[in-house]
Design a protein around this ligand. Structure first.
Ligand SMILES: Cc1cc2nc3c(=O)[nH]c(=O)nc-3n(C[C@H](O)[C@H](O)[C@H](O)COP(=O)(O)OP(=O)(O)OC[C@H]3O[C@@H](n4cnc5c(N)ncnc54)[C@H](O)[C@@H]3O)c2cc1C
Length: 468
């Protein structure tokens, strides 16, 4: 009888665990369980009328490992486009290019901002880069008062819902690649020289970002894995010694398994374990939070709204943090008379905005858009989607809580949590794909899990820094 491996979640981490296991072992029976009706998790795309939308701006970054990039290119068979980045940020009442460039900070912003950056930079010449005790002091040390107070602190509060002093310094290390003026200058020079890791380009599938997940899912299905969509895992008995594990699903299904990978939010995973995890573990899970996001998708008249792929809005004056125009990513020509816009509104599931009716949300977005220089869109239609777990929030207690949870998960047999939500990390798509590949590499054909090798990979994952 074939060994059975079950994977919870058909996002990039789950799909690539399945794909890599199939490539290694043809004799394992693989089942992927996904609560949505499409693959890709938040990297998925959906069709609205004759347009393809992603769940917020998604790009495959050039930091992707070259072998992995080549593999994705081959899988997409000519559909992976290499595109120049063309983003802007709304800062101090005007647009400048994003990612930030020193020249813009110096010459295209109000004098008080530019002179502040110069003074902060002079001061930073005599300081060593170091991680502080909070997100706030780490950024102040690296970027100085001006960029921190007038850009990153409001942006952090908007994205993660906490003031800078309440965020862990790990958030700065993981989320802000240019965490010092020195790094920002080096990055600007290396992109000028076209060095590898170039920040000036990105990769994007012709059929929407979700095409990567769709193609991956169809390959693993072709090779015999089962993917059950619309199937939510609601209870998990992990495999123990010679006994199979059992996953129960919301539709009344029961799936036996010899090995289990979970890529669903680790906070949910510990709550559905049977027997129940100790109270210290569920309390730790209760103490961890994810930010949620409301996506407002507009169908707008005209073939193009602006020539930019994304606009970033760090300030509290607008409810949205980013606006993207999918046609400018995919080079799609159709429809010729309309284009799509996606507004990302970060929030908590307890916020009013999360519960607002669709019409009220549209009103809010359009009202806030008027506060910027962007043209008034002629709206032909709109749709709203909500996602509960988008950004992990790193407050000062998150690491201790996560340690408690991971310590407990480490005692379970044949059960591994991975992926962005499974490890409570901020990682990019390429990072989570690499996690799936790494996880498959730690499992032998007789289902021996190499804990040492996985621990080494976890150290490597710890060095991931998110690219925006
Ligand atoms: C707004 C936004 C923009 C981003 N932009 C970029 C970008 O430009 N470039 C980039 O590289 N990365 C980007 N990312 C990050 C990228 O989306 C993630 O790295 C990636 O989605 C993580 O994949 P994953 O498989 O680990 O998790 P997920 O994609 O979250 O997959 C988890 C899956 O589990 C499913 N699930 C959850 N609970 C259950 C359950 N009980 N039963 C069954 N299934 C369940 C979910 O439906 C989901 O499909 C962005 C993220 C966000 C939020």
């Amino acid at each position: 009888m074939r060994n059975k491996v079950t994977i919870l979640g058909a996002g990039p981490a789950g799909l690539w665990t399945a794909l890599s296991l199939q490539e290694k072992y043809r004799d394992i029976e693989i089942t992927v369980i996904e609560e949505e009706d499409f693959p890709g998790g938040i990297t998925g795309s959906f069709q609205y009328k004759d347009m393809i939308f992603d769940y917020g701006s998604h790009r495959l970054h050039p930091a992707t490992d070259p072998d992995l990039l080549k593999k994705i290119e081959d899988m997409l068979d000519g559909d992976l486009l290499k595109r120049p980045r063309n983003g802007r940020i709304w800062l101090e009442g005007r647009f400048i290019s994003f990612p930030l460039k020193p020249a813009d900070l110096l010459f295209h912003l109000p004098f008080s901002f530019s002179s502040g950056v110069v003074l902060d930079s002079l001061g930073s010449l005599f300081k060593r880069e170091k991680e502080g005790i909070t997100f706030e002091d780490t950024l102040l040390a690296g970027l100085g008062k001006t960029i921190s107070n007038r850009f990153y602190f409001p942006y952090a509060r908007k994205l993660w819902g906490l003031p800078q002093a309440e965020l862990s310094p790990v958030q700065a290390r993981k989320r802000i690649a240019s965490g010092s003026i020195g790094k920002m200058v080096r990055k600007a020079f290396s992109s000028l020289k076209g060095a590898s890791g170039d920040t000036g380009i990105f990769y994007y599938p012709r059929g929407g970002f979700g095409q990567i997940a769709q193609v991956t899912a169809s390959i693993i299905k072709k090779h015999g894995a089962g993917i059950r969509y619309n199937t939510k895992a609601i209870s998990v008995i992990p495999p123990a010694n010679e006994k199979k594990g059992l996953i129960e699903t919301e539709d009344g299904g029961k799936i036996e398994t010899d090995f289990l990978f979970s890529t669903i939010p680790v906070t949910d995973f510990v709550r559905i374990l049977e027997p129940a995890a100790p109270p210290s573990v569920t309390e730790a899970a209760d103490g961890l939070s994810f930010r949620s996001m409301v996506f407002c998708f507009l169908e707008v008249k005209g073939s193009q709204y602006t020539s930019y792929d994304a606009h970033y809005f760090p300030g509290a004056d607008t409810c949205f943090s980013r606006l993207s125009e999918p046609k400018n990513y995919s080079l799609a020509e159709a429809p010729t008379d309309r284009t799509g816009l996606c507004f990302e509104i970060p929030c908590s599931g307890k916020d009013e905005i999360w519960k607002l009716s669709n019409d009220k949300l549209l009103e809010l977005v359009i009202g806030d858009l008027k506060k910027t220089d962007l043209p008034k869109p002629e709206i032909a239609g709109f749709t709203i989607r909500r996602k509960k777990n988008v950004y992990p929030v790193y407050d000062h207690d998150f690491a201790d809580r996560l340690n408690i949870i991971e310590g407990y998960l480490g005692t379970l047999n044949h059960t591994v949590s991975l992926g962005r939500q499974g490890l409570f990390v901020h990682d990019n798509t390429h990072h989570t794909i690499e996690m799936g590949v790494a996880a498959a590499g730690c499992l032998s054909s007789d289902l021996h899990w190499d804990r040492k090798k996985w621990a080494d990979y976890r150290e490597l994952f710890d060095s991931h820094v998110v690219v925006d």
